[in-house]
Design a binder for this molecule. Structure first.
Ligand code: ADQ
Length: 529
């Protein structure tokens, strides 16, 4: 059976906890649909996604990427979660089964559940390979046909390949207070980032006027927004909600033919100036993506990029997917079409750190490195009432013997002997040393110790034990699970290769200038790369 929601949360069979949990699931009439991985990420993130879909890839030493999203949803009181899978879903399925209570019911306030839904053809969708909208269409066909779902008012769609920590409560509140048919979670982004995202243009009420999926550089000038145009979007959420309320009051008063409209507008303007760093000051956007931190100055222009997180009114989504039954993608097809049709689409600004790690190995690496900055991009030391959930391991504390470790995240169960670890993320059960140097690297660790599952020694010059052997140097690398790096190996990208196929040793690649060892790779003694 499932182990509850990870080790921070105690036992979910506990009746006291179950009773109290009834009050923490306020989103009973909203269903979350997680896009669990399409075919394209498995190519972009190869070899990390050779055997698993991207949300199941380890992240931050102790987690899988999906754990961050699961934690965001559960901590925001979302208790109905569907995870749509299409490719390589075995590992994701297994991780979810072992980490979360998939039996549903009591632990999730009675009517809640977590379900993995595999891609399957349906009467409304006869395609096997689908895009983002295509897989949601297949899901909706099943969802709409089930009468137990008739109370659901909103469907929240979330890509499973993003890393960030967020409370969805204000986003849902904003969506409901604006009466939008669709709310798209967005962020201010640089021009370079804009070309990799859906880009929106907004009016003063943060209603989306246009949506362009991954525009080319020549299309960007059309999509730029000035500081003044950007101001309402940059307003803190609470202020935006207050303004919405004021606006509604204005409309009501205006329709009654009375009311101090001037005074109310002045109040709104004051709020706007406050967020802008004192009106004339520098506007520093609190955004940071996998690429960099974005700043704009007065007089310059910026872009608003979509995070691919959508809250739809359920009826609007169902009807749109039926009406546009040939369209397979939200960003390229459905959303621009809905805006053209006049559907009410609003933008909500997601503050803090956010990274889409599905673009490339480089993005994934950068997101891991950002955890090591001071302060870290995401702090896993979350309060006890909103923890990051993970698979509860029963392994001991890490042993550090005569070693130097600085700027590193080191998980449980590691043995580090006479070694030097700098600026690196080290996953569970990593066996390192002696005299190993690891720098600017991400080491996933191992799923078991060698002695737990001894392998017959294959014929060959060397078959190193699991981990990183004596005298080796690892720099700017990602080492997937269960790799065997022999003695005196140098993984340092000596020739400065940017991209390579398999480098002679089975499972050794270079992607975006980063050495990547595939899962179970074996690197013989003395290999230099
Ligand atoms: P992309 O991330 O490029 O842009 P895409 O990779 O097609 O969009 O898919 C988004 C997510 O859906 C990914 O996690 C992908 O794995 C998943 N997915 C795709 N097809 C799937 C399927 N059949 N089954 C399950 N999951 C599937 C999107 C938007 C942009 C937005 C960026 C933000 O289109 O507008 O700016 O996300 O990152």
């Amino acid at each position: 059976p499932g182990t509850g929601l990870g080790e921070h949360s105690g036992s979910f069979g506990d009746p006291e906890l179950s009773r109290s949990s009834l009050s923490i699931w306020p989103r009973g009439n909203l269903t979350a649909v997680v896009l669990g991985g399409g075919e394209s990420d498995s190519r972009r993130l190869f070899p990390l996604t050779q055997y698993r879909t991207l949300p199941a890839v380890p992240f931050g030493g102790a987690y899988r990427i999906i754990d961050l999203l699961m934690s965001n949803m559960l901590n925001s009181g979302i208790n109905k979660i569907h995870i749509l899978t299409a490719f390589n879903s075995y590992s994701l399925n297994r991780h979810l089964q072992r980490t979360y209570d998939m039996s549903g019911g009591v632990p999730y306030g009675g009517d809640g559940y977590i379900e993995v839904v595999a891609n399957s053809m349906s009467p409304d969708s006869q395609n096997w390979v689908t895009g983002t909208a295509g897989c949601v269409r297949q899901f909706m066909s099943y969802f709409d046909s089930n009468s137990k779902n008739r109370f659901i008012e909103d469907i929240m769609i979330l890509p499973g390949d993003h890393v960030y920590s967020a409370d969805y409560t204000p986003i849902i509140a904003y969506h409901r207070s604006t009466g939008a048919d669709l709310t798209i979670v967005c962020r201010p982004v640089s021009g370079e980032q804009a070309c990799r995202l859906g880009v929106v243009k907004l009016d003063a009420q943060n209603r989306i006027k246009t949506f362009s999926e991954k525009p080319s550089a020549s299309e960007l000038p059309e999509l730029a927004m000035s500081d003044d145009e950007m101001r309402p979007f940059m307003m803190p959420t609470e202020e935006a909600l207050r303004q919405q309320a004021r606006r509604r009051m204005q409309t009501t008063l205006a329709s009654r033919g009375s009311g101090p409209l001037g005074r109310l507008s002045a109040g709104a303007a004051k709020g706007g100036a406050r967020m802008g760093g004192g009106g004339g000051g520098r506007v520093v956007l609190d955004t940071m993506t996998s690429v960099d931190e974005t700043e704009t100055r007065p007089g310059t222009t910026g872009y608003v990029g979509s995070c691919g997180i959508y809250i739809f009114k359920r009826s609007v989504l169902s009807e749109a997917l039926k009406r546009h039954f040939k369209m397979q993608d939200f960003g390229r097809q459905i959303i621009p079409e809905l805006i053209r049709e006049g559907v009410k689409v609003h933008a909500y600004r997601l503050p803090g750190y956010w990274a889409d790690v599905g673009g490339s190995v480089g993005d994934f690496y950068a997101a891991n490195m950002s955890l090591l900055s001071d302060p870290p991009s995401i702090s896993f030391n979350a309060p006890i009432n909103s923890p990051f959930f993970k698979f509860p391991l029963t392994i001991p504390a890490s042993q550090m013997m005569h070693s130097r470790v600085s700027g590193a995240l080191v998980s449980a169960g590691c043995i580090v002997n006479r070694s030097d670890i700098r600026n690196s993320v080290i996953g569970s059960r990593s066996i390192i040393g002696p005299n190993v140097t690891i720098e600017d690297s991400v080491v996933f660790g191992a799923s078991h110790y060698d002695h737990e599952k001894p392998l017959p020694r294959p014929l060959g010059p060397t078959f190193p034990p699991m981990g990183i052997g004596e005298g080796s140097i690892v720099r700017n690398a990602i080492l997937d699970l269960n790799v065997r790096v022999g003695k005196n190996v140098q993984l340092v990208n000596k020739e400065g290769v940017y991209e390579s196929a398999d480098r002679g040793v089975q499972g050794m690649y270079v992607r975006d200038g980063i050495i990547v060892l595939a899962r179970e790779a074996v690197v013989p003694d003395g290999t230099i790369m």
